[in-house]
Design a protein around this ligand. Structure first.
Ligand code: ADP
Ligand code: MG
Length: 439
């Protein structure tokens, strides 16, 4: 049993190892092992609870992918810390990963744990109104904003709130990617009926990250009918997206024309005060005292993404707890250095190398004049990323890529910008490339 558990885990690790930075892999996964497999739950031992926190916060998605790729459709993961005494609850259930049938709401995503600032006060107020009067306040509620700014948190806070108040209501949270896969499946099996049945008995439908259905008109059409049905029954629908709804074409038109009571509200990146307040809140939840100057130190350096902000804090707490050092600015600097990768700068060569890997070509191809579609696109992507990451001038970019003139570079950048918006697969590719450049 143990052996089988560890074999499973080693397979999952092999998948992850190929996809994250070796340093990160060594820090967070090297000392883990699969120790038990029971009722489709794979219990994994990690050195400390901080490892578990870190991994669930940062690597859930990739773990999920790994499970999927290993055909472990029904397998779930649970973690325990090695230093935990045996007679304490052995399984520390953090996040239940992988459930195609609606993902469980995370307990910590509540309104109480959500810090309100100027950047999100409208979204927060709207979410609260929906939670207090589901189906009546704003329907559907559409939250949009950049990555890591609290969309999922707010959406699940609505779910948690309603679930607590009305145990009888059927609250259903899922990623739009899941619903999309189910729908594709249903269409292939010519069994749209069970899809319809499944979604039509929900009271509260929370559909996260619907950018997955951008550009997919047929699916939008089907999903619209489900929304329409729920809406006329007075059921609440909440949607999130990292892009504004106007890029949703079919659905957007209908959402605005059909659902008069709907509300679209965005979340902006938080300002410095809000970032400090968020750090203090997280520290409070972890039962640690975070000195103000340290909160300020972190918040003034990590600006755009709250997930990263949290990451820094957790890393800091991990270092402090593992080394027994007190939490101060020097230690914060160390935590940030690891995370933000000072000394691990993005270089022109790094960008080129990642692009070559993705497009299956060589740096010489990119710098040369060949114009097969694949190479041309790789070259244009390189121009775009050199500009975005390193802010090189157009002529520097042209020169670096084998002496292209600056109008070619402008054209490339515009084209990629356009493609990013119009072509979902391409935007995913770009995300993947960026992730590799960043790590
Ligand atoms: P998104 O879905 O927009 O990508 P998430 O909701 O997953 O972002 O948020 C990323 C992390 O940041 C989560 O751990 C969440 O709890 C935290 N977070 C985001 N906004 C806030 C906030 N205003 N107050 C407290 N935590 C926040
Ligand atoms: Mg999210």
């Amino acid at each position: 049993m143990t052996e089988q558990a560890n074999t499973y885990w080693q397979n999952i690790l092999a998948y992850i190892k190929d996809r994250i930075h070796p340093q990160s892999f060594a820090t967070w996964f090297n000392q883990s092992k699969g120790i038990e497999l029971k009722d489709d739950v794979l219990l994994v031992e990690m050195p400390t609870n901080f490892h578990i926190d870190w991994i669930t916060m940062h690597y859930s998605k990739i773990l999920e992918e790994a499970l999927n790729s290993l055909n472990g459709a029904s397998l779930r993961l649970s973690f325990k810390a090695a230093n935990q005494e045996v007679n304490r609850p052995v399984v520390k259930k953090k996040r239940i990963i992988l459930s195609n049938d609606g993902t469980k709401l995370q307990e910590r995503y509540t309104f109480e744990n959500f810090v309100v600032g100027k950047n999100n006060e409208l979204a927060h107020a709207a979410a609260l109104a929906v939670a207090e009067a589901p189906g009546e306040a704003y329907n559907p509620l559409f939250l949009y904003g950049g990555v890591g700014l609290g969309k999922t948190h707010l959406m699940q806070a609505i779910g948690n709130f309603i679930h607590k108040q009305h145990k009888n209501l059927n609250v259903y949270y899922t990623q739009a990617e899941n619903i999309m896969n189910e729908l594709i499946d249903a269409i292939q099996k010519k069994d749209q009926l069970s899809f319809k049945k499944k979604y039509r008995n929900k009271d509260i439908l929370l559909l996260d990250d619907i950018q997955f259905i951008y550009g997919k008109e047929r699916l939008q059409d089907e999903i619209f009918h489900t929304f329409d049905y729920l809406y006329t029954q007075g059921k609440q629908i909440v949607l999130t997206s990292d892009r504004p709804p106007k890029e949703l074409s079919t659905l957007e038109e209908r959402l605005t024309s059909r659902f008069q009571g709907g509300l679209v509200v965005d979340i902006q990146p938080p300002d410095l005060e809000t970032r400090i307040a968020i750090l203090q809140k997280k520290a409070e939840l972890e039962n640690v005292k975070l000195p103000n100057n340290v909160a300020y130190y972190i918040a003034s350096r990590v600006k755009s993404n709250i997930r990263e902000l949290e990451g820094c804090l957790i890393r800091l707490l991990a270092i402090s707890s593992l080394s027994g050092q007190e939490i101060n600015e020097a230690l914060a600097e160390e935590a940030l250095r690891d995370l933000l990768g000072n000394g691990y700068k993005v270089s022109k060569e790094k960008i080129i190398q990642v692009i070559c890997n993705e497009f299956g070509c060589s740096p010489e191809d990119l710098k040369g004049a060949r114009r097969t579609q694949r190479i041309a696109l790789g070259r244009q992507t390189a121009m775009y990323l050199l500009r975005n990451y390193l802010n090189l001038s157009l002529s520097e970019i042209g020169a670096f890529l084998g002496g292209k003139d600056h109008s070619t570079v402008i054209h490339a950048i515009e084209k990629i910008d356009q493609l990013k918006k119009s072509d979902f697969e391409f935007s995913r590719l770009l995300e993947r490339i960026s992730a590799k450049i960043n790590c």
